[in-house]
Design a protein around this ligand. Sequence first.
Ligand SMILES: [Zn+2]
Length: 150
Amino acid sequence: MTETDAVRLTRAHIESKFPKTCSACGRVFATLADYLRQTRHVGQPVAYDAEVHDWDHREPLGTMSLANCVCGTTMAIDSEGMPLRTFARLMMWARRVSRQRHVSMRELLASIRRRIDEQVLSERDGGEDRGRRDEQIRFHRRARQAGGRT
Ligand SMILES: [Zn+2]
């Protein structure tokens, strides 16, 4: 597994969590890009298994990344729902690389999260804005059609 694989697998898992709703204010984050633009990360991601010396591959505790919603409530994105095999592979990779680079697991996960954030936000023009432009075009078309009928 390479870092690119780790970023891709982690991102795919995170994106499977959307749309996501804040349980406190009901705000709906349609996509990960929406979420990243409107929330603020709280601290570094936590890998609970990394803090346990001899972690159980069959029942991992998982990882969690926290962010504050605009209403101030802390929301979490965790590894729940990720296939165990994928999770174990990612954890093995992360442990190896954190040792090689002499960084903590939290620092390593934070750097992966940064890469995912950068990827997602840099795609904004291709995704979100195109959607918005299409919506504007449809709106103008409807307005023209409405105008033609009167
Ligand atoms: Zn909220």
